[in-house]
Design a protein around this ligand. Structure first.
Ligand code: HAM
Length: 427
């Protein structure tokens, strides 16, 4: 049988020297950074199903979006229910918030870490199953919350250690502004339809706003003179966006206004934002988000404004590695025991049990045949201590505990081993 995973997917495993971004330690490191940032902003974790009803995404992300029209993993279960593997987390979070009546709780600030599924053409940084950290802040229309969402995403990248990112922002205004703008854009683009790419000619009929997302150079030329959404914002939307910009300046967060930034999902209103990394190549969006004031109501909940973001964790790790960020293992094994002969196996097993009950991380090396190999393995997993056990130790009741960073040796009786770690400075 072929051992490779399906196209566009990958395994996270303890060691992968050719693809270090797939190593478990890196994932633990950034997920811990994510949780730390989420807690800083008072967010609580949610876990929603991996599959949802098809309708959830057609009604939120939008029928004409690329995600819904061509990228969903859609299937029928044995009772002919139309289901999809979730392509994104916002609709799921909002559905769960409605289901759990979370808007009745004092704060509805949610975060999630988990896989999303999109049937895209795989390439560097683009997968059919990718992992997102997503954050959804429900309940306030205040522009401060837009800036909190942006700041939180940037603080996450900063906490991971990623430098030099570009924050792009735009405003899509209210749904009325979008309608007005869409019509103006359509009129303009129709006059230049002959010069558009084939894809964009199609989008001109289904959703002209999507043309702004196009990567095609032909479209870019046409778009240069296209009307700009910021010129068509109503008073309320313009004031909202002005406050967002002022607050970003007050926090000394640099940004670029990108009037072509519309994002590929239909639920956005007002502020949208995307952070790009030059280390990523073509798939350079490391995270994105925006405000979605109508979605909760559209999915059957109360009128509840909201804003959020999501970042692709594969891209976060890749960017961090490109910036030489050191992502050490969280809580590596503290001590490696090496039973050097059959008679020492049981003692090692019992000692490991005593130490683990005292919350000391222990592993027994049952593979290495020589001390040098065992020390090499212990160093590789960044263990702090190494402890060989043979007939000599069994007879004397003492072990020679080697500190792997200082190279010091401590002679300690079996009885004192636990307290050496628990009470000493060695923990
Ligand atoms: P999105 O921009 O579609 O937004 O995805 C968020 C991030 O996920 C992207 O910036 C990118 O880093 C990563 N990503 C997306 N697709 C792939 C892929 N195929 N392979 C690898 N990484 C990928 C959303 O999903 C919205 N739900 C964000 C949001 C939350 N808006 C408001 N709240």
């Amino acid at each position: 049988m072929n051992s490779s995973p399906p196209k566009g997917t990958y395994d996270v495993i303890p060691e992968n020297s050719s693809m270090p971004w797939r190593e478990s330690d890196k994932w633990d490191y950034i997920e811990e950074a994510a949780r730390e940032c989420a807690r800083l902003f008072g967010c609580k974790q949610i876990r929603t199903p991996i599959f949802e009803h098809l309708e959830l995404f057609t009604r939120s992300v939008g029928e004409s979006s690329d995600i819904v029209s061509k990228e969903m993993y859609q299937f029928e279960d044995r009772s002919q229910r139309k289901l999809v593997l979730r392509p994104e987390g916002t609709a799921c979070a909002v559905r769960a918030a409605i289901e759990g009546r979370l808007y009745e709780t004092p704060f509805t600030r949610l975060y999630y870490i988990g896989p999303m599924f999109r049937y895209e053409r795989p390439q560097a940084g683009r997968f059919r199953q990718h992992q997102q950290l997503g954050v959804e802040l429900l309940g306030s229309a205040h522009p401060q919350v837009d800036v909190e969402a942006i700041q939180m995403m940037l603080m996450f990248f900063e906490r991971v250690g990623i430098p030099h990112l570009t924050l792009n922002i735009n405003s899509l205004g209210t749904k009325e502004c979008q309608k007005k703008y869409s019509a103006a854009l359509k009129t303009y683009l129709e006059q230049h339809a002959h010069a558009l790419s084939e894809d964009s000619k199609r989008r001109l009929i289904t959703n002209p706003l999507r043309i702004l997302d196009s990567k095609d150079i032909k479209d870019h030329e046409v778009l240069e003179k296209a009307p700009v959404i910021l010129d068509l914002l109503n008073e309320e939307a313009a004031a909202h966006f002005a406050t967002v910009k002022t607050l970003l300046e007050k926090l000394a967060i640099p940004f670029v206004i990108n009037t072509n930034l519309v994002r590929g999902l239909d639920y956005y209103t007002h502020t949208v934002f995307e952070v790009t990394s030059s280390a990523l190549g073509a798939q350079n969006a490391i995270g994105g988000g925006g405000r979605y004031d109508n979605l909760v109501h559209e999915l059957g909940g109360p009128h509840l404004p909201a804003v959020g973001f999501a970042t692709g964790l594969e891209r976060v790790i890749t960017t961090a590695l490109a910036a030489q960020v050191h992502m050490p293992p969280t809580d590596p094994v503290h001590i490696v025991l090496l039973p050097m002969e059959e008679s020492a196996q049981e003692k090692a097993f019992l000692l490991a049990s005593i130490l683990r009950r005292a919350r000391i991380r222990v592993i027994i090396d049952r593979k290495s045949k020589k001390i040098v190999d065992a020390i090499h393995s212990a160093l590789k997993i960044q263990a702090a201590f190494f402890c060989p056990l043979g007939s000599h130790e069994l007879k004397s009741g003492y072990v020679k505990l080697k500190n792997l960073s200082t190279r010091e040796e401590h002679e300690i009786s079996f009885e004192d081993l636990k307290s050496f770690f628990v009470t000493g400075a060695q923990k």
